[in-house]
Design a protein around this ligand. Structure first.
Ligand code: BES
Ligand code: ZN
Ligand code: ZN
Length: 484
């Protein structure tokens, strides 16, 4: 999709269809032209409600209150309504909330690109051609003295963010036999070659040398060998150093604590954290942000077999702690234990963020659309919450407490990989990870459980069925902020 920005009035722009947003049900606004027809069609201009007036080549969409979130979803609904229509070019006026900002423009462009996404890799018939050219008029906003350069920058940032999100969605949606640990490594290497990132891929021999026995145990029964991926974006004089750690379970069968068949369906999603790290690294490199960012991914497949790791095994993690395995389906925390330890050994970061589809309990606690934010210190957690709001993602904090800490006690090892209570499972998983964070880094680390929003089997807002790219927009925004 190509974007063109102009100060020409919308009426003077040549395009096949015009998109008109009706804000606050304000049918009197001078952009609204077909008032009688809209009334006859009983169009109320409620949020995301749309009405395609083919005979006039106009599409109306409602926006109940002018803000980024509403603009983003309205634009996504608009572009979806135009898919598989004859239209190839679209014109739309930009709507600004305040004078000194172009965030609304960014949200509109993100909405178009995120809403346009579809995954048809496995369909014999590919989706029809879509809108190719979008012309955005700044007609209404001459009073704000917006300069074209700032507006163009907002569009560029929107394109990079949405492309990275769609890139992550593609990886998550790819099937486990087409996307296994080495595939993630190859994707990382591809990004490094294309964008000038550093890339180090650790194979089993090196993983053994690094004493990542917990990760290796999870990987053991799979014919696909594990990888740990380390990508790095290293500008000169960085404003901060950040490590990102992603859970990259290319398939989670549950292992010997086998998942019931209905819960196993969709477990290709379990690489969403690692896939988000890949997307974020792509965005960071393309934006050339003045922050040093390291992306670590534990890429593993959790399977069954004669050499599978077992409930009752005791594993020694990279940091020397012993873990009693009581459930092989709580594998993500075992993989992350080692990758978190490795990341801390390799990089002295100012902040560490891990992204993982870690627990079904997170989905139960906060719902399908929201990520759970955990850690020991409010400052970095609040940074994530703030960034989520700007980005259009949903996130909320879940607090650790000393009572839940005791639930991970083991009789024979330092810690058990599952809690002894069925309650608070998202938090006890977060507390488990905290056991692999060095003392000096306790307040620098945030755990983000994306199990809910990473993969949803219906469309929601600007997100499609399947992989949503959860984490990419939120963390990219956070890194942009740290760059200022
Ligand atoms: N990958 C799953 C968590 C998950 C569940 C993600 C549903 C997305 C949707 C994780 O490895 C897992 O199986 N966790 C167990 C932990 C339990 C055994 C303590 C869970 O959530 O049931
Ligand atoms: Zn599992
Ligand atoms: Zn898992």
């Amino acid at each position: 999709m190509n974007f063109e920005l102009t100060i020409s009035p919308i009426n003077e722009i040549d395009a096949e269809i015009e998109l008109i947003l009706i804000i606050n049900k304000d049918f009197k606004h001078n952009f609204v032209k077909n008032r009688k027809l809209l009334k006859k069609a009983n169009f109320k201009a409620e949020q995301d409600e749309k009405y395609l007036l083919i005979e006039k080549d106009r599409l109306y969409v409602g926006v109940e209150e002018l803000n980024d979130t509403n603009l983003r979803t309205a634009m996504a609904k608009a572009i979806q309504a135009l898919n598989s229509t004859k239209y190839k070019s679209l014109k739309v006026a930009c709507y600004f909330e305040d004078k000194d900002s172009t965030h609304n423009l960014r949200a509109m462009v993100e909405g178009l690109l995120l809403g346009e996404y579809s995954f048809d890799k496995y369909k014999t018939e590919k989706s029809k051609r879509k809108i190719e050219d979008v012309i955005i008029s700044l007609e209404e906003y001459h009073a704000f003295e917006l300069d074209m350069e700032t507006c163009a920058k907002a569009i560029e940032l929107a394109q990079i963010t949405a492309d990275a999100t769609n890139f992550t969605r593609d990886i998550v949606n790819t099937t486990p036999d087409d996307c296994y640990p080495d595939t993630l490594a190859q994707i990382a290497q591809g990004l490094a070659d294309e964008l000038g990132l550093e890339c180090n891929i650790l194979k089993p021999k090196k993983l053994r040398k690094e004493k990542m026995e917990a990760l290796l145990a999870v990987a053991r029964a799979s014919r696909h060998k594990p990888r740990v991926i380390h990508l790095a974006h290293k500008p000169k004089n960085p404003k901060a150093v950040i490590s990102l750690i992603g859970k990259g379970l290319t398939y989670d069968s549950g292992g010997l604590s086998l998942k019931p068949s209905t819960s196993m369906v969709s477990m290709k999603l379990d690489k969403s954290g690692g896939s988000a790290v890949l997307g974020i690294m792509k965005a960071v490199a393309q934006m050339n942000l003045p922050v040093e960012v390291h992306g670590f991914i534990g890429a593993v497949e959790n399977m069954i077999g004669g050499d599978a790791y077992k409930p009752d095994d005791v594993l020694t993690a990279k940091n020397g702690k012993t873990i009693e395995v009581r459930n092989t389906d709580a594998e993500g925390r075992l993989v992350l234990a080692d990758v978190l330890a490795y990341a801390q050994q390799e990089v002295e970061a100012d902040y560490m963020f891990d992204l993982a589809t870690l627990t079904g309990a997170s989905v139960v606690a906060v719902g399908q659309y929201t990520s759970s934010i955990m850690g020991n210190c409010d400052t970095p957690k609040d940074m994530v919450i703030e960034a989520s709001k700007d980005s259009g993602e949903l996130a909320t904090k879940l607090d650790f407490n000393k009572h839940l800490r005791t639930c991970l006690k083991s009789n024979i090892a330092d810690i058990s990989n599952i809690s002894n209570t069925p309650y608070g499972g998202a938090i006890t998983a977060g507390i488990f990870l905290d056991n692999f964070i060095d003392k000096a880094n306790k307040d620098k680390w945030v755990h983000i459980d994306i199990a809910g929003p990473a993969y949803v089997e219906h469309t929601w807002g600007e997100n499609p069925i399947g992989g949503s790219g959860a984490g990419v927009r939120m963390i990219t925004r956070l890194l942009e902020k740290l760059s200022k």
